[in-house]
Write a protein that binds this ligand. Structure first.
Ligand code: CA
Ligand code: CA
Length: 295
């Protein structure tokens, strides 16, 4: 009997191992890494500490803090009168979700819209068209900055600039130019006097990890800022695409969205890595954002 049970367990073990080549997760001594939660969207994340909001490329989802799906909006572009097909990273402000929407084709963006949704039912409330005089070429992530009354947006095609707009009108105000260029910016969130940025700069082909950076906010137009490297995400189950980022203001936790399993070369899907038949989207929870220099 015992031998039969051992044999069955071995079969299950082998099936489990062959399903996905996952690394053992590194639990740090200080419990810096907390937990993972699988979600349905591949782009953005935000939280008010009561719920977690996720954007897919063409969807919005609302979860409870334990990862139970509560509400979804599978047609978020309905009532937007421009041709669009892509949502990026998202942010929350008061009772609303701020999203950056565009028509993304062949590595570039057009028809930029800031879509603002009700956080209870995920319905579209209104839109803002960001200043047309902005030199920004693509909008991959959005962060609301209530203190400075700004909207910050990243550009996946330009890791040298972070652009900012008037929170109420969407008028283009300026950009921060980075002293050291970053690559493939995906997510952005405001933390005190810093912007935290996720960069999909690791190479999934060679299992090189993606990174988190911070830059100091300076309110003068066209200023230069030096990125501070905050974290290399070696603790993901498999290297893939880093995406959105948020901070739970209630407890200081850092939450980052990652995609794994899909082979994506220069933004174009090329099938799956061995052991995967679909792309998996997960949010990783960390105890805090890590070490920033004192202001
Ligand atoms: Ca993205
Ligand atoms: Ca990557």
């Amino acid at each position: 009997m015992m031998k039969v049970l051992l044999f069955i367990s071995l079969i299950f073990f082998l099936i489990g191992c062959s399903s996905a080549p996952e690394k053992e997760l590194q639990y740090k001594e200080n419990d810096y890494f907390l937990r993972i939660c699988e979600v349905k969207g591949r782009q953005g994340v935000s939280t008010d500490g009561d719920n977690i909001y996720i954007s897919g490329t063409k969807e919005l989802y609302k979860y409870d803090m334990k990862g139970k799906l509560l509400v979804e909006n599978l047609s978020p572009f309905k009532n937007i009168n421009l041709e669009v097909n892509h949502l990026g990273d998202i942010d929350l402000h008061k009772e609303e979700i701020y999203t950056c929407i565009e028509k993304f084709t062949e590595g570039r963006g057009d028809n930029f819209v800031i879509g603002i949704y009700n956080k209870n039912d995920l319905s579209l409330v209104r839109t803002i068209i960001p200043g047309k005089n902005s030199p920004q070429k693509e909008i991959s992530g959005i962060a609301v900055d209530p203190e400075r009354k700004l909207i910050w947006m990243t550009d996946w095609t330009d890791g040298k600039s972070i652009y900012y707009y008037d929170l109420a009108t969407g008028d283009y105000i300026g950009r921060i130019i980075l002293k050291k260029e970053l690559f493939y910016l995906q997510g952005i969130v405001v933390h005190k006097n810093y912007l935290l940025l996720t960069a999909d700069d690791g190479d999934a082909e060679n299992e090189v990890s993606d990174n988190l950076y911070a830059i100091k906010i300076n309110m003068f137009a066209d200023v230069i800022s030096t990125p501070i490297h905050l974290k290399e995400f070696e603790d993901v189950k498999r290297e893939g695409e880093i995406e959105g980022i948020t901070i739970n203001r209630k407890n200081g936790e850092l939450i980052v969205l990652f995609n794994r399993g899909a082979k994506i070369i220069k933004g174009i899907p090329k099938g799956f890595y061995p052991g995967y038949d679909k792309e998996i989207h997960e949010i990783y929870f960390y105890k805090n954002i890590g070490q920033l220099p004192e202001d």
